[in-house]
Design a protein around this ligand. Structure first.
Ligand SMILES: *Cc1c(COP(=O)(O)O)cnc(C)c1O
Length: 527
């Protein structure tokens, strides 16, 4: 007998697919899981949730530009609106509901202490255009967080304003381009390893660079010989993720950085996986010139719908003068100044410009600093240690059943990588794939891990447990994944139809990605 995440024990026979075991309901609801149409389908432009008297006839002063038809927003009462969004929210999986094993995403718990601090009125109720004298506390937070990020990475300067990891990559490459332009060097190529996150080549291409692939060695790391052979006067930078997306530490990064610098180029490090090495390795010591830090990964601020991301970028001495505006400067008297324009300051003077209107994600800065201060330097080191321990626990608990492509070459870092290959463990049954395992996990109450990434591994399954999961939570996830993987190996035909228990069955994900329907049109019959 198994126990699911909320401790409920299924009765015998409860594992049967709902569609075959149970009749359809009149409402389409299943138990207390409610179906929910679009807001346009439940509301109507003819109705209104409020009683406002018709406006008196007044002459328009819009010069004929006023709207001539109704805007078409659906009218709903307050209660209907609340229910609509609450029902939708219950169809989401969330870190506050259960373990979220997405590799590369670092879905760790968002501590409530961070939320409490971010909601303090002195931080939450201020405006970026307020006089600087009235927001000294907020500037102190931005400055102190920046100092921590510089200390933890061993870098000279930090740009706080980038609003996500990918935005940070853009900031780093624009700094590199400005540094090259300042010395009249028009290099056009950026080298990116095959295993890189898709945002790396996308950012390089967006900046107008030609992107060239660097192959990986059979042990899942950058092929140093191939990389150094490609270096030359046309190469502007190399973008390397460390630890990389195979969950492995790039041991040769210092050697690579030395060769890249000798060839007159820069090293961009994708720091999205910093969680695995924070407090243990300072990327600046490895020769990195620019690196983004995803506060929503390493420093526990919420992702996506739970709050915007934040991607500060640390910069080496060589790139510091080109950092974007604005930045916070601490004056000798202890007060803080917001530098909005080019000045010949210590690290600045040749800024490439501005990335965002204001200073970045203030609410994320307060959360990240609360996280850092509540852990302290020793606690942050423990974060990395525990993240790596948890990932190795997952790796070694499943590598008898699933192929672990780099499992033989030693421990992993913060994520465990599996493939759908055979390699002596007996592969999946004919016709079964990684996708079937992912869909089966949904029935077991888990958001699937990252699948089919990194691209260098066939049928990849990338599991990142993070340090915030307990052993009990990991054991249950491992049990669920084992059960689904065993069914995929045995060729259980019911698994091909999974998920059976979710509000929707298998969707055509390719069609949804290639031809998304982004607008709602009134059905013809109702017009
Ligand atoms: C998450 C991630 C990114 C992009 O970061 P965003 O904050 O999502 O823009 C880049 N590289 C790697 C390796 C990542 O995991």
């Amino acid at each position: 007998m198994t126990i699911n995440q909320s401790g409920w024990r299924p009765e015998s026979g409860a594992g049967l697919p709902l569609d075959t075991a149970l009749p359809a309901t009149a409402t389409g609801n299943r138990g207390l899981m409610l179906e929910e149409p679009l807001i346009f389908e439940i509301g109507s432009a003819d109705r209104s949730g409020v009683d406002i008297e018709a406006a008196p006839a007044i002459a328009s002063r819009l010069g004929g530009l006023e709207r001539s038809e109704a805007i078409g927003l659906p009218g709903l009462s307050e209660q209907e609106t609340v229910r609509h969004y609450t029902r939708l929210s219950r169809q989401n999986y969330a870190i506050d509901l259960g373990l979220f094993p997405l590799g590369s995403c670092t879905m760790k718990h968002n501590p409530r202490l961070n939320e409490k601090v971010a909601r303090l009125p002195g931080f939450a109720d201020i405006h970026p255009l307020q006089p600087v004298a009235t927001v000294q506390g907020a500037l102190a937070v931005i400055h102190e967080l920046g100092e921590w990020l510089k200390a933890l990475t061993g870098m000279a300067a930090v740009a706080m304003s980038p609003k996500a990891g990918a935005h940070g990559e853009l900031c780093g490459l624009l700094s590199i381009r400005a540094a090259l332009e300042a010395r009249g060097d028009a290099r056009r190529v950026i080298l990116v390893p095959e295993s890189a996150h898709g945002t790396n080549p996308a950012t390089a291409a967006f900046c107008g660079y030609a992107v060239e692939d660097i192959p990986a060695t059979p042990d899942g790391r950058v092929d140093v010989a191939a990389l150094t052979a490609r270096l030359g006067p046309d190469v502007a930078a190399v973008m390397i993720t460390n630890p990389n997306t195979c969950g492995l530490f790039e041991r040769d990064l210092k050697t690579i950085a030395d060769a890249v610098h000798a060839a007159g180029a820069f090293v961009y490090c994708d720091g999205a996986n910093f969680n695995a090495i924070v407090g243990r390795v300072r990327p600046g010591d490895l020769g990195v010139d620019a690196m983004h830090i995803n506060l929503h990964k390493t420093f526990s601020t919420p992702h996506g719908g739970g709050g915007p991301g934040s991607g500060p970028v640390v910069l080496s001495e060589a790139l510091a003068p080109f950092a974007p505006l604005p930045f916070v400067e601490k004056r000798a008297d202890g007060s803080f100044l917001l530098v909005e324009e080019e000045t010949a300051g210590e690290h600045h003077g040749q800024s490439f410009g501005r990335m965002v209107a204001f200073h970045g994600q203030m609410g994320m800065f307060t959360r990240a600093l609360a996280y850092i201060l509540s852990h302290g330097a020793d606690g942050l080191r423990q974060v990395a240690d525990d993240a790596v321990l948890n990932a190795n626990y997952v790796l070694r608990s499943l590598d008898d059943l699933l192929d672990a492509p780099f499992g033989a070459s030693g421990p992993c870092m913060h994520e465990a990588l599996f493939s759908d290959a055979d390699h002596g463990r007996g592969g999946l049954a004919e016709g079964f794939t990684t996708l079937d395992i992912a869909k089966g996990l949904i029935d077991e109450g888990y958001h699937p891990m990252t699948v089919y990434f990194p691209l260098v591994v066939h049928g990849a399954m990338l599991v990142e447990p993070t340090e915030t999961e307990s052993k009990a939570a990991l054991d249950q996830f491992i049990m669920a994944l084992r059960s689904v993987a065993e069914r995929a190996k045995a060729g259980d035909p019911l698994l091909k139809g999974a998920p059976w228990h979710a509000p929707r069955r298998r969707l055509d994900e390719t069609l949804a990605a290639r031809k998304p329907v982004l607008t709602w049109e009134k059905p013809a019959a109702a017009q």
